[in-house]
Design a protein around this ligand. Structure first.
Ligand code: GUN
Length: 294
């Protein structure tokens, strides 16, 4: 079997088209959605993500601002910067790029963001709403994964979805979405993580397998069954002397052998990544609509 390659760029373009009308309606009311990103330090991968967000905002005509703070920023100064953005009525979405330096308490940072501007969906109020089945802002990567599956007709209802990874950004919110009684839910969900014994026992049972472990080749060819749908959330830099930068991007899935058995698979890059960004745009538009009572 040769897998269908799930094209995240194409689906992201379709979502963007749907957003343009909403952005136009806001513009009629003189509102341009504004996403402000706080970037702490000089982490090269974070810089790349932030510039991709800026580019996506530009393409859609959204305002994007980046507040760059030094690695040495104090917790207090960072919290003050967030509170200032909370008060600023021209800012609709606030995103603090993770990871943060070790001396910063990420939990306090997330809890300081106004839940109405929390376009990442990381604030406990938004996490709680998601778990309770009344989601407000849904974290972008899980929302993007559901959009990809739906677009390609891989409806999770009744399927066994196995998620490898239990992060607050991907694994946990995705599991919560998939068990909801909803059009994109009704799945049977298994969440595996670093303490799972014999991972392959679970991954082989998956109808839909989501790899979000943050480690290359976490999923090998022997670990999947024929006909599985594979979503690779990994975004790892692996050394590659033949590449221009000396590294290349690799997912968590050993692509070649797994794609020979899978019915469909997302590539890295070009799979989940573009979806995460476009869902952030969608959340920013939603924040602008909510804050302006549209
Ligand atoms: N770092 C990696 N993924 C994310 C994300 O979705 N949001 C934020 N704020 N930081 C990240």
């Amino acid at each position: 079997m040769s897998a269908i390659i799930i094209d995240g760029k194409k689906v992201a373009e379709a979502v963007k088209s749907g957003l343009r009308e909403r952005i136009r309606l806001l513009a009629e009311k003189k509102i341009i959605p504004n996403l402000t990103v706080i970037l702490v330090g000089e982490d090269p991968a974070s810089r790349v993500y932030v510039s991709m967000k800026e580019k996506a905002c530009d393409q859609l005509g959204l305002l994007s601002e980046t507040v760059q703070l030094p690695d040495s920023v104090t917790q207090e100064a960072l919290l003050n910067a967030i509170q200032e953005l909370n008060r600023d009525a021209s800012v609709h979405g606030i995103l603090v790029q993770m990871p943060l330096p070790g001396h910063i308490d990420s939990r306090r940072v997330i809890e300081t963001i106004d839940p109405k501007k929390d376009v990442d969906g990381f604030h406990p109020v938004n996490v709680g709403k998601l778990v309770a089945g009344t989601p407000s802002f849904v974290p972008c990567t899980p929302a993007g994964i559901l959009e990809l599956l739906t677009h390609y007709g891989y409806v999770p209802d009744g399927k066994h979805v196995v998620i490898v990874g239990r992060s607050n950004i991907v694994g946990k919110p995705l599991a919560n979405l998939l068990i909801q009684k909803s059009a994109t839910g009704n799945a049977t969900v298994t969440v595996c993580h670093t303490h799972t014994k014999d991972l392959a026992v679970y991954t082989r049972q998956a109808d839909i397998l989501v790899a979000a472990a943050g480690r290359p080749k976490t999923i090998t060819g022997e670990m999947v069954r024929e006909g599985v749908v594979v979503i690779d959330v990994g975004m790892n830099r692996v050394d590659d002397p033949s590449a221009k930068r000396g590294y290349r991007l690799a997912g968590d899935v050993d692509f070649e052998p797994v794609s020979r058995k899978a019915a469909a698979i997302t590539p890295v890059p070009g799979g989940v990544g573009p979806m995460t960004i476009v869902m952030l745009m969608k959340n920013t538009v939603q924040a602008a609509e909510n804050l302006s009572k549209i």
